[in-house]
Design a protein around this ligand. Structure first.
Ligand code: FAD
Length: 445
């Protein structure tokens, strides 16, 4: 249909960055074809496996991604793990341009003693578990304790706190997985402390989520007045007890933000030494003010008893192919407006480009910027598109030889229908398939 000289672009990673980059390329030029290679049989990255189940409106972006995927000049190939099934060099041989947008699948560690005790989880795994990420299926978090401590006060930390404390009847109507729902139903967690290094004025980005916590039925906030000294402004979102006295009195679950605290050590249970029984926190004070304020140690320490610790201090991108430049200190691919440094024809977008911060709208903007760089390079001739490239034809031959079975977008739509059907039977928007094997089977592979 298209001349063999039409520019062929390949995208690695089928999350928001991949789809937004593809969308912009396809819209901007009528001759570009785009192929998206995704590690999992299912698309949409963190929109499926990260965004909280009780935030269904955020997932509406899936409609736009679906339109892009169904476009005649876009193809989706799920179940293809780049770096393992294919090398980036092979993709570069087959395409005029390769855009890496495989996100941030690693986890930042706290780097404190006791981090590996049982009862300690990363938010990344915990979120992956309740959202049905196949690699987290067997996490089996132990929710038999009364107090949980979450380290970090970002959006993800507040998502986790909400899922831990939400009335089960609210969660039952979401797409949270059934096994997670069963564990949460039996949960004995009644008190969640959300701990941050700095003070109330530094959590501006999470006011919406704090308000959701305030409005969560059957829960009440429990703050330390001393944390709020001199920061009246930050208190305005918290209900004053006089307001809703009765509701708060009856609440059986408690949550609290704890400020100016950093983890020093995860404490082992004296009777079961492989398990955690608490955390030692260093008390900080702030130097400077506003966003730039720095937490510095006061030398004071504080122990908190708890049986569950979830560290939510950030995701981290990983290198998937040694041929691609990677800044391991900053955990991103070094780039200039999405052009990977010293690697002509290679681009990046999304969290791999910027680091793991920002919402989907931020990812949209930086992915459109990368697409603009690709288009500029095509127009200027920096990217040589005059020689024909084989695109998916040669890649599919390689995959076949290696026994890899790509899942197309229409095959994903079979998985989608099956999930929606299973969900409808129990009053949920969808019930996710939990293993790659089952996904492939339903896709007809
Ligand atoms: P990702 O979404 O991670 O997509 C990367 C894709 O690449 C994945 O599909 C992955 O499987 C694939 N991949 C990885 N390795 C390979 C490989 N080797 N080969 C092929 N493919 C590969 N934003 C909001 O606006 N609202 C929210 O409510 C919200 N909630 C969030 C909750 C959590 C827990 C998290 C972590 C983030 C949340 N965000 C939210 C932010 C949003 O999810 C990100 O901005 C966005 O997903 C980043 O897009 P991305 O495509 O760069 O990465």
């Amino acid at each position: 249909r298209y001349s063999s000289c039409s520019p062929k672009v390949c995208i690695v990673g089928g999350g928001p960055a991949g789809f937004y980059t593809a969308q912009h390329l396809i819209k901007a030029r009528p001759d570009v074809t785009v192929d998206i290679y995704e590690r999992l049989p299912v698309p949409f990255g963190l929109v499926r496996f990260g965004v909280a189940p009780d935030h269904p409106e955020v997932k509406n972006v899936i409609n736009t991604f679906t339109q892009t995927a169904r476009h005649e000049r876009c193809s989706f190939y799920g179940n293809v793990n780049v770096g393992k099934d294919l090398s980036v060099t092979e993709l570069q041989e087959a395409y005029h341009a390769v855009v890496l947008s495989y996100g941030a699948e690693g986890n930042r560690r706290m780097g404190v003693p006791g981090e590996d005790l049982s009862g300690v989880y990363s938010a990344k795994d915990f979120v992956g578990w309740y959202n049905g990420l196949p690699s987290c299926r067997e996490l089996g978090p132990d929710l038999s304790c009364e107090t949980a401590v979450i380290l970090g006060q970002g959006n993800v930390a507040l998502d986790v706190a909400r899922v831990l404390l939400s009335p089960i009847d609210l969660l039952k109507k979401t797409d949270i997985t059934q096994p997670a729902l069963e564990v949460l139903e039996e949960s004995r967690v009644r008190r969640v402390l959300i701990v941050g290094r700095r003070g109330p004025t530094q959590i501006a980005g999470t006011v919406k989520e704090v308000r959701e916590m305030v409005n969560l039925p059957n829960t009440r906030p429990d703050m330390l007045a001393s944390d709020f000294e001199g920061v009246k402004e930050a208190l305005k979102d918290l209900p004053s007890p006089g307001n809703e006295h009765e509701r708060l009195e009856k609440a059986s679950r408690v949550w609290g933000l704890r400020f100016y605290r950093s983890p020093v050590e995860i404490l082992a249970d004296p009777e079961r030494s492989s398990r955690t029984a608490g955390i030692r926190l260093a008390v900080n004070k702030l130097e400077g003010s506003g966003e730039g304020a720095r937490a510095v140690l006061t030398g004071e320490m504080e122990d908190v008893s708890c049986g569950l610790i979830i560290s939510s201090i950030g995701y981290k991108s990983l290198s998937i192919d040694p041929s691609v430049p990677f800044d391991s200190h900053r955990a991103i691919v070094p780039n200039n407006m999405g052009r990977i440094q010293e690697a002509p024809g290679l681009y990046c977008s999304g969290w791999l480009k910027t680091g793991p911060t920002g919402v989907i709208a931020t990812t949209l903007n930086n992915s459109f910027d990368t697409a603009r760089s690709v288009l500029e390079d095509m127009d200027s001739g920096t990217l040589n598109t005059s020689a024909a490239k084989p695109g998916s034809q040669s890649i599919n031959a390689l995959l076949e030889k290696r026994g890899v079975k790509p899942v197309t977008f229409s095959e994903w739509e079979k998985i989608d229908s099956e999930e929606v059907r299973r969900g409808a039977a129990i009053g949920k928007p969808r019930e996710k398939l939990l293993t790659v094997e089952e996904m492939l089977q339903v896709a007809g592979k």
